[in-house]
Design a protein around this ligand. Sequence first.
Ligand code: CAA
Ligand code: NAD
Length: 292
Amino acid sequence: MAIEKVGVVGCGLMGSGIAEISAKAGYDVVVREVDEAAAAKGEARIRKSMDRAVSKEKMTAEDRDAAMARITFTTELSGLADRDLVIEAIVENLEAKNELFGALDGICGPETIYASNTSSLTVTDMAAATDRPDRVIGLHFFNPVPVMKLVEVVRTIETSDASMEAAFEYCRRVGKEPITAKDNSGFVVNLLLVPYMLDCIRQLERGVASIEDIDKGMVLGCGYPMGPFTLCDFVGNDTTLRIAEIMFDEYREQRYAPPPLLKRMVAMGRYGRKSGKGFYDYSGDTPVPMEI
Ligand code: CAA
Ligand code: NAD
């Protein structure tokens, strides 16, 4: 089950990073987006990230151009027909993911491995809806993908050893450190990280301190690389809300319940960095805390 041809579905925050590291590692990559505008936005994001690596002398301009040339963009699912591995990074919605995998069943060969980058859904719920549950895995990358070293490789009760081995080999070739996670909602990291993020929002609702001071507290007091509100804006508040809803639905534990403030922010389009406003306003040179 040697992987040479990789497909990435969705070229947003995560998909663009997955396409980038795959192309840098020498894989032939096809990226599928919903329309030309989204594909162009994804392509620009990948190029910007590689340009940054070139300007920091971590990559040569020739290697960047070669990696970009290995990526093809398409709006057609049929463009994924010959892929050995297809990684989806579309919206955190089971119906959307299952509709995608169902359509791929009629397009990809029987050997193709499907992977989901889901944050909180269970991979089994996707595997059960395909014609190849032994070849369905979770590949949970972390944001920003080019920087974060971890990938959680998620095994369902149907996943074959061969699929796991192929997934581990892929992770190592793209320079990541894989760990095996059981297929429970939130896997390992989000099971612990998401309640922390939600709790920080609840403490802000209670008025314990300002956005800036809570962020400063966790950075300077605990050595976290980012404060919790900077992290929420970085992940995307819409994504965090979806994750919280899914995990709360799964566990019915208060610590996964989405705080009202998070719901209100998403209703107002304050998604974080990607929409220009979240807990901070990103329209100026430096982020400014917003009114809550
Ligand atoms: N793309 C590519 N490279 C990036 C990048 C990006 N978006 N952002 C930063 N980098 C690189 C920089 O080029 C830099 O590289 P060098 O040190 O080699 O020059 C390095 O990362 C550090 O960047 P900066 O100096 O600009 O900034 P920083 O020191 O503040 O680090 C950070 C940025 C790596 C993002 C750091 O703040 C961090 O680790 N934050 C926490 C991120 C985190 O917790 N991620 C997990 C989110 S949860 C998740 O992903 C799971 C889920 O399902 C929701
Ligand atoms: P995003 O909103 O930045 O990107 C999603 C992209 O998918 C959009 O560009 C959209 O146009 C595209 N898309 C939607 N349906 C599609 C389809 N059928 N075919 C092709 N493209 C389609 O979202 P994101 O933050 O990149 O998250 C994607 C997935 O990764 C989610 O499952 C999320 O839970 C997971 N995840 C997110 C993070 C994070 O920090 N944001 C971290 C790890 C995992």
